[in-house]
Design a protein around this ligand. Structure first.
Ligand code: PLP
Length: 410
């Protein structure tokens, strides 16, 4: 298929993995690499004061995006670090009170692997399942709480299927029971409204590179009233009120602040635009490709996410066939492995359909023309791959391949 002349290829539709830095963000950052290069911790001269001023302005911008106060934001190197600090820091601080933690099976690896590390330190962790639509039942959270539970961690939006969890209900339950609530809002912040007061969250992880800011910078919200206490995981000069030592990444922090301010100002219009693009993509696939199924709830979902399984087509093969379109067949961090996605498995998606899935992550710079082009490409390439697939012949003949008894040639 010809690429229309005006369209720039490759087309980027993997905005859940990362986003480009918005030119307005880059412009705000640039002086902090050169003329404004001071160390924000240098108290004795104007270079340090100016860097500190920029960091504090950015702190207020990041806080405003989630309805927090500037004093509650701790800058980190990204959400992997924020999740580690939140979970290990809170669990270890509260260990004298209890050593039981609750999370969800579809969390990002930065949460799951932090929990595994805590298990090795003697904590007990309950991993709650999700329903077919990918959502966690808040009743399951309530039932999992025990007298020795100190912390619940449930993400706001899932990175693979874009499903939004009922965090407000979960926050009410944890507040009532005196348990800390951490939420990983990396995928949702700046995309859909999120307010720490409405959610009742005590700890919230954010990452700049998912919202058109730079890579290598993130933040952790740490509630002050009532105070969430943490044991620092990085010891040193006592930066960030002792929560996270290390010289601050001033240009990165300035970029994160600008990215959050833009996301907040543009959120209502941009989320409506992305939803319209997403629905255009979904309607196009529905019209042009048979046996394509959306994974995860469509009503409780990020506007820019679509995760689709194309029966009898390998996701990896389809991605190769569409080499001018950047999408992903699972979480960016684990797509190097051939294991079917643990998130799709947790939703009850059969392995063959999990292998047949693609994640589309629409973002600020995608257009209707790009969506239409991708639909046409998908229709063509899926058909081509199915024409070569004996499984597709069976499906067309009304046979369910999962019920077939294959001969054992081993
Ligand atoms: C839900 C979620 N949490 C955490 C992370 C890790 O963020 P970072 O890349 O800033 O370490 C990601 C990024 O893939 C994510 O999608």
């Amino acid at each position: 298929m010809e690429t229309p002349e005006a369209m720039k290829v490759p087309i980027y539709m993997d905005n859940a993995a990362t986003t480009p830095v918005d030119p307005r963000v880059l412009e705000a950052m640039l002086p902090y690499f050169t003329t404004e290069f001071g160390n924000a911790a240098s108290k004795s001269h104007v270079f340090g004061w100016r860097a500190e001023e920029a960091v504090e302005a950015a702190r207020a911008e990041v806080a405003a995006l989630i309805g927090a106060t500037a004093r509650e934001m701790v800058f980190t190197s990204g959400a992997t670090e924020s999740n580690n600090l939140a979970l290990k820091g809170a669990a270890q601080f509260l260990a004298p009170r209890g050593k039981h933690l609750v999370t969800c099976q579809t969390e990002h690896k930065a949460v799951l692997d932090s929990m595994h590390a805590l298990e090795r330190q003697g904590f007990e962790v309950t991993y709650l399942p999700v329903a077919r639509d990918g959502r966690l039942d808040p009743g399951d959270v309530a039932r999992a709480l025990r007298p020795d539970t100190t912390l619940v961690s449930v993400m706001h939006a899932n990175n693979e299927v874009g499903v939004l969890h009922p965090v407000e209900e979960i926050g009410r339950i944890t507040r009532e029971r005196g348990v800390l609530f951490h939420t990983d809002a990396v995928q949702s912040a700046g995309k859909v409204p999120f307010d720490v007061e409405k959610v009742g969250a005590d700890l919230v992880s954010l990452s700049a590179h998912k919202l058109y800011g730079p890579k290598g910078v993130g933040a952790l919200y740490v509630r002050r009233k009532p105070r969430a206490r943490l044991i620092a995981q990085m010891d040193g000069g006592g930066h960030e009120r002792g929560h996270r030592s290390g010289t601050l990444n001033v240009p990165g922090i300035v970029g994160m602040g600008k990215a959050c301010a833009i996301a907040q100002a543009e959120l209502p219009a941009e989320s409506a635009r992305l939803l319209a693009l997403r629905e255009r993509l979904r309607a196009g696939i529905e019209r042009r490709v048979e046996r394509a199924t959306v994974n995860g709830s469509l009503t409780h979902r990020l506007p820019g996410n679509l995760n689709v399984s194309f029966a009898c087509v390998e996701g990896e093969a389809l991605m190769l066939a569409m080499k001018d379109v950047a999408v992903s067949s699972g979480s960016a961090c684990t797509s190097a492995s051939l294991e079917p996605s643990y998130v799709l498995r947790a939703l009850g998606v059969p392995d063959e359909l999990a292998h047949a899935s693609l994640r589309f992550g629409l973002g600020r710079f995608n257009t209707e023309e790009e969506v239409d082009h991708v639909v046409e490409l998908l229709a063509q390439k899926v058909q081509k791959l199915r024409d070569m697939s004996p499984l597709w012949d069976m499906v067309k003949a009304g046979i369910d391949p999962s019920t077939v008894q294959w001969a054992d040639n081993a």
